[in-house]
Write a protein that binds this ligand. Structure first.
Ligand code: AMP
Length: 481
């Protein structure tokens, strides 16, 4: 997953982008980068690591100009290496551009093979570079038309920002799979346009959220203002539900819906679908921090069992799952979470987390909670069993590694060594987003409460809104024959 940021028309564009990226850090911790333009030249700096560690004062100072874009990354296509860090910055026949992309293209392998056959030389392993080559080869004349031309050939998920010497272009794919928002930053009597994956960036820089970039919208921002193009045929919307469950920051509002309210509602519905079995000792609801906190509040509210911080999180460790190396990730759970014995000892503990992927984290947490003296450990998950890999920009392991794709719930309970396990149903998940949407007054929160229409839920259902090429499905052993 990644985060993107863009700004046009500010004398400290790169500094603002740097701040904006800080507020998107949860979307990617492997690398960070900013590209800027002074209207003639393009400047770029990319490095491995967190935003804070990636830029010295001098490096930021060299990113001159009134326009900037930024990117934080954790790898979903291409390895964890600085050559794959973004923004990609290139010179082509008519100038220079930089591109930062969130999402994954489903047909990039065949496009890359075609482009290479025609002589394109790729510098990175990312799918994003395909867009750059298509852009460079386009016969259109304006930057936005070249980009639109390039994007006509790609399929999959893309929320992206492109920086050229005289403009910034922001695009959200026609299905709106990944989020993208438009904000405005007041500067004297002017309003400066800012773009970000989540409005969390806007709060930090003092900007206001204007609206979400619409699915299929191309926003062209330059010195004369912003204008919208809708060059593609309308497609059924497929916003990623996992953004609501886990990925976005809880204080974000995406497509008009408060992520925090969604997650509390997930917890309430989880309590209704999977209450704690009868028992004698007192029960506590314990979130896996931070990802399970809001859902645990909802579970506690609905069940009446008290919410307690039975696991304490170290603030000096990032999102462990994001670590690409297995050894680091496995060790990470103990580094990140510590049992609070005062809460856990002798209690029936309801552990609430957002998802079980491989099951390794939950297994360690159950053991940790038992070792701390819990009488019983009940695992509650605020999403359905994750059974299918994501091809649209969320890093998921192979299907074989997803515990729920090979194991029934009973076997998962045994593997986790839990007294019970309960997953939220997909219907309740979609209904939670709609309920929270209605509460926040979102325009398109349809009344049909359990309907999955408008959402991508492929990781749970295996129903992929953008078809996955057969060659890829074969290679991943998702189809046979
Ligand atoms: P696992 O040990 O593989 O079951 O990891 C599950 C944990 O990873 C949960 O606590 C989630 O909060 C977190 N998680 C789930 N999916 C992702 C993802 N795609 N990227 C980062 N973290 C994730």
């Amino acid at each position: 997953m990644c985060g993107v940021f863009g700004i046009w028309g500010h004398p400290e564009a790169a500094n603002i982008a740097y701040l904006g990226l800080h507020a998107l850090q949860h979307r990617g911790q492997e690398s960070a980068g900013i590209a800027s333009t002074d209207g003639e030249r393009l400047f770029a700096h990319r490095a491995m690591g967190l935003v804070q560690a990636s830029f010295s004062e001098r490096e930021l100072g060299e990113l001159k100009g009134l326009g900037a874009i930024g990117h934080v990354r954790y790898s979903t296509a291409g390895s964890s290496h600085v050559k794959n860090a973004q923004p990609l910055a290139v010179d082509y026949a008519h100038g220079s551009i930089a591109l930062a992309h969130n999402g994954n293209l489903t047909n990039h392998e065949s496009l890359r093979a075609e482009l290479e056959a025609k002589g394109s030389i790729f510098q990175s392993g990312t799918d994003t570079e395909t867009i750059v080559h298509l852009f460079a080869r386009s016969a259109e004349s304006t930057v936005e038309d070249r980009l639109i031309d390039a994007l006509r050939k790609v399929e999959g998920a893309y929320s992206l920002v492109l920086l050229a010497d005289k403009k910034l272009v922001a695009v959200r794919d026609p299905m709106g799979i990944r989020p993208l928002c438009l904000g405005k930053l007041a500067r004297g009597d002017r309003e400066i346009a800012v773009i970000a994956s989540e409005p969390t960036s806007f709060d930090l820089i003092g900007a206001d959220l204007v609206r979400d970039v619409a699915p299929g919208e191309v926003l062209v921002i330059d010195d004369s203002g912003a204008r919208s193009l809708f060059p593609w045929e309308e497609k059924p919307r497929a916003s990623c539900l996992f953004e609501h469950v886990y990925f976005a920051r809880p204080d974000a509002v995406i497509d008009g819906v408060s992520i925090y309210e969604v997650r509390k509602e997930l917890g309430r519905r989880l309590a209704a679908e999977h209450p704690l079995p009868e028992g004698d000792s007192p029960a506590v609801v314990v979130p896996v921090p931070d990802s399970g906190v809001a859902a645990a509040i909802g579970y506690s509210e609905a069940s009446g069992h008290s919410f307690q911080m039975g696991l304490i999180r170290s603030h000096y460790i990032g999102r462990t799952f994001i670590e690409p190396q297995d050894t680091i990730r496995h060790f990470g759970v103990r580094l990140k979470l510590h049992p609070n014995r005062a809460v856990l000892r002798g209690r029936r503990v309801i552990v609430v987390d957002d998802s079980i992927v491989r099951g390794t984290t939950s297994r360690k947490i159950v053991k940790m909670v038992r070792d701390a003296g819990a009488a019983e450990v009940h695992v509650r998950v605020s999403s359905p069993p994750t059974r299918w890999p994501c091809f649209y920009g969320i890093a998921t392991p192979t299907r074989q590694e997803l515990i729920a794709s090979t194991q029934a719930e009973d076997a998962i309970k045994t593997y986790l060594d839990a007294d019970s396990v309960g997953y939220l149903s997909l219907g309740a998940l979609a209904a939670s987003v709609r309920t929270a949407g209605k509460a926040s007054g979102a325009r398109d929160s349809a009344p049909e409460s359990g309907s999955l229409r408008g959402f991508c839920h492929a990781c749970w259902s295996g129903e992929y809104p953008v078809p996955i090429p057969r060659t890829v499905l074969h290679r991943l052993r998702l189809i046979h024959g």
